[in-house]
Structure formats: structure tokens, C-alpha cells
Design a protein. Structure first.
Length: 319
């Protein structure tokens, strides 16, 4: 086994322990606060960025504004040699689709496109940082047995704007639907508050695809979300299938350590086998449900389609 870096000395243990006790775990992502409770058929689109300038400017003829939402309550993710279950993941963004080129420009909501529920890493810090026979690290690990300090919480966060959205791929199996840059926040007192797998400059890029053919349905509704077969709004539903990606690479961790200087990066990378090349990692999202929503006849609303979509979305906010 590789020896600890010379810069890590037994004398550092006292400082690590003293700082660690004072660092709390953070709460759920702040971006969740931007979500609105929505009525009826608007329900999946609680964070659609309808008031973004690009969405408002879409005329409905050359450029069509669309809300996109995808949700999965559970799943699994393998990063290097660490396998964990995922919490609920909610992906939302707007799309401005150019009718001439077919290009879909993604518009993220404030706070990022993806919100992941915190989930615990099996084995905690013992599982991701504790090889045997390394000074300081072994001393820390001996403090963790049956101790709440062992708990490690992981949360998926946006690390940039999704790209290359393909609406047709969402209706098929085996086609990449969208590129999603993410990072994973690891939280534990010993790891500090800035320990991440991936960064905004070097993210994990997930490219999910349907693993089986989804069921397709369409619903018309009024501006306030009430179902109406002749309503001005339309929702496409893609449900009953799992989504996954087995081709992504995973960078090493950064910022891990109670001083947030990365003093424990090497220990986490060593035990979890990070960085990990493409093909050695895997994501499965169970029973994913994907929705697109917008004006049923956007051309008839030209040049005000973006504005009308915004007004309709706001009419669907639960009072």
C-alpha cells in the first residue's frame, strides 16, 4: 500500500481533531428554496425558469419555449470502488428550441438544474478513507468505530449548465438525452465543508439514457394547471422506465480536510480508487419520470409565446 505523504505528520492529528468537532453538516441545497408548489399538470415544473430573458424572448415561431423536468426517487451510483444508493433527484430546466436548426438551448433555473436529496455513504468515513497502517489516518480511523463522526453524507449538485438536450432521445431507449455536469459534496466533520468529487471546472458529466422504452402519454390543460382536453397547454409524459449511464469518468476529490486545504484528498482518493476512468463507473435511476410542458400551439401565440408561457406558469402556482 502507498505510504502517506511526508507532509502528513502524527502531530497534525490534534489539530485535525480540534477543528473537526466544530464543523457542522450542512442542510439540503439552498436552490430547493426556489421551487414553487404547482397546481395540477404544472406539478412537475416547480422550478421552470419561465422568467429567464431567453425564455421570455422566444416568439413561438422561430424559437419555442419548453419546460423540462425529470424525477427519480431512488437509484444507485458506483464511483471508483464505492457503491451507494441515491436519494431523490430532480432535474429541471427550460429549453428554447429553434425550429429552423432543431437546436435546443438549455436554460437552467436559478440555483442549478439538478437538486439531489442527501444520502449516506455505506461504511461512512471508515469505508472511504481508512486503509490500514498509515500514520495519522489510522489514528483518526480508530476514533470512528461506532461513532457519529463516521457518518458521511453525499449530495449531488449542479456544476454547470446541461448541454445537448435531445427531446427525441427521451422517447427512445439507448440514446443520450442530455449532458449533465455535476459534482458530489461529501460532508463529514473530518472532511470539512468543501470536500467534493468533481468541480465546476472539472465536473462529472452524466449522460443518461433510457434503459428501456418509456410509456408515452400526452395531457392538455388550462393555464392554471386544470386538465382540459382543449386547453392551451400540453404536457408530454415519459414514464415507467429506468435511466442510466455507464460511460462517465470521475475525477479525484478536492478540498477534503477540516482545514479545507485538501489535506485528506490523498486518503479519500486512495481508498475509493479515484480518479476513475470512463467505463468503470455506473449510474442507475429507478423508475424515472420525464415531462416536457409548453404551449400546445406556440405558433398561434407568436410573437408572445414566451410571455404567455410565463403568465400561464405563474397562474399555476398554488396560492
Amino acid at each position: 500500500m502507498r505510504a502517506a505523504p511526508k507532509s502528513v505528520r502524527p502531530a497534525l492529528l490534534g489539530a485535525l481533531m480540534a477543528v473537526a468537532v466544530g464543523i457542522p453538516l450542512s442542510t439540503s441545497p439552498a436552490s430547493a428554496a426556489s421551487a414553487q408548489a404547482m397546481n395540477g399538470n404544472w406539478a412537475p415544473f416547480s422550478r421552470c425558469p419561465v422568467d429567464d430573458a431567453a425564455m421570455l424572448a422566444a416568439d413561438g415561431q422561430t424559437n419555442i419555449p419548453i419546460c423540462v423536468a425529470s424525477h427519480s426517487e431512488s437509484g444507485s451510483i458506483k464511483l471508483g470502488n464505492t457503491l451507494a444508493t441515491t436519494g431523490a433527484n430532480d432535474l429541471q430546466f427550460g429549453v428554447v428550441r429553434n425550429t429552423a436548426t432543431g437546436e435546443s438551448r438549455v436554460v437552467p433555473p436559478a440555483g442549478g438544474a439538478i437538486i439531489g436529496a442527501p444520502t449516506e455513504i455505506p461504511g461512512g468515513l471508515l469505508g472511504i478513507m481508512c486503509p490500514n497502517g498509515i500514520p495519522v489516518i489510522s489514528d483518526i480511523c480508530r476514533q470512528l468505530t461506532d461513532n457519529s463522526l463516521n457518518r458521511v453524507v453525499a449530495t449531488v449538485q449542479s456544476a454547470g449548465t446541461p448541454r445537448n438536450f435531445d427531446v427525441a432521445a427521451g422517447m427512445q431507449s439507448g440514446k443520450i438525452i442530455v449532458d449533465i455536469p455535476v459534482r458530489i459534496h461529501l460532508e463529514n466533520p473530518f472532511l470539512g465543508s468543501k470536500c467534493y468529487i468533481g468541480t465546476t471546472s472539472d465536473p462529472i458529466v452524466l449522460r443518461p439514457q433510457n434503459l428501456t422504452q418509456p410509456a408515452v402519454a400526452s395531457k392538455r390543460f388550462d393555464a392554471n394547471g386544470t386538465p382540459n382536453t382543449g386547453g392551451a397547454l400540453n404536457r408530454i409524459e415519459l414514464t415507467g422506465n429506468d435511466q442510466g449511464d455507464a460511460g462517465f469518468a470521475v475525477p479525484g476529490v478536492s478540498g477534503c480536510g477540516p482545514l479545507t486545504l485538501g489535506e485528506l484528498n490523498w486518503a479519500v482518493n486512495l481508498k475509493t480508487a479515484l480518479p476513475s476512468a470512463a467505463g468503470k463507473n455506473n449510474l442507475v435511476l429507478d423508475n424515472a419520470a420525464t415531462y416536457t410542458g409548453g404551449l400546445a400551439s406556440p405558433g398561434a401565440a407568436a410573437p408572445d409565446a414566451g410571455r404567455l408561457l410565463s403568465e400561464s406558469w405563474h397562474a399555476g402556482v398554488t396560492q
